[in-house]
Design a protein around this ligand. Structure first.
Ligand code: NAD
Length: 492
């Protein structure tokens, strides 16, 4: 155990650390060693109800929902400052719990701070409109907080993806209940405590840790839940949508991806190779928007694949806590087995394993979940490794002869989260960016996003969006107020 990690973490409900109704605890593992890192209290459905009750009560009785948005903005800014002051502790905790490198965790914490700052500035800009209506009447709209919002997060960017939706929900005046992924709950628990120190009232930011099928479903199914924001797999996303439909509440769904990286023959191949490497080996490939399908012009195929292979083979694998590590382990033993299953199936079907293709079994890394950066060439466009989300450091390579073929291959997926295009030709860049069926496209850039740019997917990659300046409104409901001024008989 490191000095940075407490031996045990309780649930955070109503501004207090609480052991949960059953008193049960669950171990949290370090994926670099598969050894226990800490334990957390394990919530059950009863604790979900307790958290919803605490949130509802804080929403009704504290100043949070009713006071000037500027006051909420200040509290969110204080939270940003406190997280920034503790950035190194947050980053280290994330790395030890999730496995990503310290450089990546530091990047995540920076993004969280920037998100809070950006969203804080929007808290006093939640505006309505006046609408001209006939007769002596006055009509206006107001945006009100929804009440209690539920946020369910995955394990790949544990705190970043949680705060991406929690921050705007708070800015809008809601009380939130967050359920982090069971594998990676530690930074969320720490963050809720810091939020209290920042002046966010007790009960406005609650965290429960438990199995999704029990605790998550109890939260969404609770009559006090007014909106749910879910980031995770498509399978669970559909379940959340069903629960939300049943309760007639909005659901924002940020789901999986199988993102194409389209490289035209005129592209700067050196830059493209670096972008491709970052887009598939970053976070050990555990990114919803990982550029997992390289679609390359046949004329430059060999040259580009050789460059990406050089990057893959040059990456230094190691525990995320080692400053020199460039790629950490995948999050769990099960995830490693899943990733390798895809690789073995592709190899058995005739794919050419250009790089990697196995786990590390030697030395200390053999104890952890380290998968070598892998490149699979000669894969069939219809194969499972090309169509399904692997969620690991595995790149599949496809080739094209014409731009039409490139776009057809790129769009030949049920997902539509992200795509990137590499070319020096302005016409090709804009034309292809429009033709790609994805919620986000980059040109000559690896995956990149900012708190001010919308993040969301087409097709089975999701519903709704996070980030951007309209996101706070997504956590409000609109009320129309019509006033009869009474000075004359109203005319229709
Ligand atoms: P997951 O769907 O297994 O779990 C996500 C969360 O849902 C966890 O907190 C889990 O405990 C909870 N959950 C599980 N079953 C539930 C249920 N029945 N009801 C309520 N909650 C339940 O996903 P994961 O394995 O943690 O994350 C990986 C997935 O997330 C990948 O598919 C990835 O593409 C996706 N993802 C999407 C984005 C995006 O922005 N689009 C970002 C990151 C990850």
């Amino acid at each position: 155990m490191s000095a940075n990690v407490a031996p045990h973490y309780e649930l955070f409900i109503g501004g207090k650390e609480t052991p949960g109704s059953s008193g049960e605890r669950r171990a949290v593992l370090n994926p670099a060693t598969n050894q226990p890192l800490a334990s957390t209290a394990l919530a059950h459905a009863e604790d979900s109800r307790h958290a919803m009750e605490a949130a509802e009560s804080a929403f009704r009785s504290s100043w949070w929902a009713t006071d000037d948005g500027g006051r909420r903005g200040k509290a969110l800014l204080r939270l940003a400052t406190l997280i920034e002051q503790q950035a190194e502790e947050f980053a280290l905790l994330e790395t030890q719990n999730m496995g990503k490198t310290l450089r990546e965790s530091r990047g995540d914490v920076g993004f969280i701070v920037r998100t809070l700052e950006y969203i804080a500035g929007l808290a006093d800009k939640i505006e309505g409109e006046t609408i001209p209506v006939p007769g002596p009447r006055f009509d206006y709209t107001v945006r009100e907080p929804m009440g209690v919002t539920v946020h369910i997060a995955p394990w790949n960017y544990p705190l970043l993806l949680a705060m991406r939706s929690v921050a705007p929900a708070l800015a809008a005046g809601n009380a939130v209940v967050l359920k982090p992924a069971s594998l990676t709950p530690l930074t969320a628990l720490r963050c809720a405590r810091v939020a209290l120190e920042a002046g966010i009232p007790a009960g406005i930011f609650n965290v429960v840790v438990g199995n999704g099928s029990e605790v998550g479903e109890a939260l969404v199914g609770d009559s006090r839940c007014r909106s749910v924001s879910f980031t995770g797999s498509g399978e669970v996303g559909v379940r959340i949508a069903e629960l939300a439909a049943h309760r007639v509440i909005p659901a924002t769904l940020e789901l999986g991806g199988k993102s194409p990286v389209v490289v035209f023959p005129d592209a700067d191949l050196e830059r493209a190779a670096k972008g491709i490497g970052f887009g598939i080996f970053g976070n050990a490939g555990q990114m919803c928007w990982a550029g997992s399908r390289l679609i390359v012009a046949r004329a430059v195929h060999d040259e580009l694949v050789a460059k990406v292979r050089g990057i893959a083979e040059g990456l230094k694998l190691g525990a995320g806590t080692e400053e020199k590590s460039e790629m950490g382990p995948v999050v769990s033993h099960d995830q490693m087995e899943r990733v390798l299953g895809f690789v073995h199936e592709a190899r058995d079907s005739g794919a050419n394993v250009v790089a990697g293709g196995s786990r590390v079994t030697e030395g200390a890394l053999g104890e952890g979940n380290f998968v070598r950066p892998t490149i699979l060439d000669g894969v069939a466009p219809t194969s499972r490794v090309v169509q399904d989300e692997v969620f690991g450091p595995v790149l599949s390579v496809l080739s094209f002869d014409t731009p039409e073929e490139a776009v057809k291959l790129a769009n030949d997926t049920r997902f539509g989260l992200f795509a990137s295009v590499w070319t020096k030709d302005l016409g090709t860049a804009h034309t292809v960016a429009r033709q790609l069926e994805a919620g986000m496209v980059t040109v000559n850039e690896a995956p990149a996003t900012f708190p001010q740019t919308p993040f969301g997917g087409y097709k089975e990659s999701g519903l709704g969006f996070e980030q951007g300046r309209h996101v706070v409104e997504a956590y409000t409901r609109r009320k129309n107020v019509l006033i009869n001024l009474g000075s004359a008989k109203p005319k229709r």
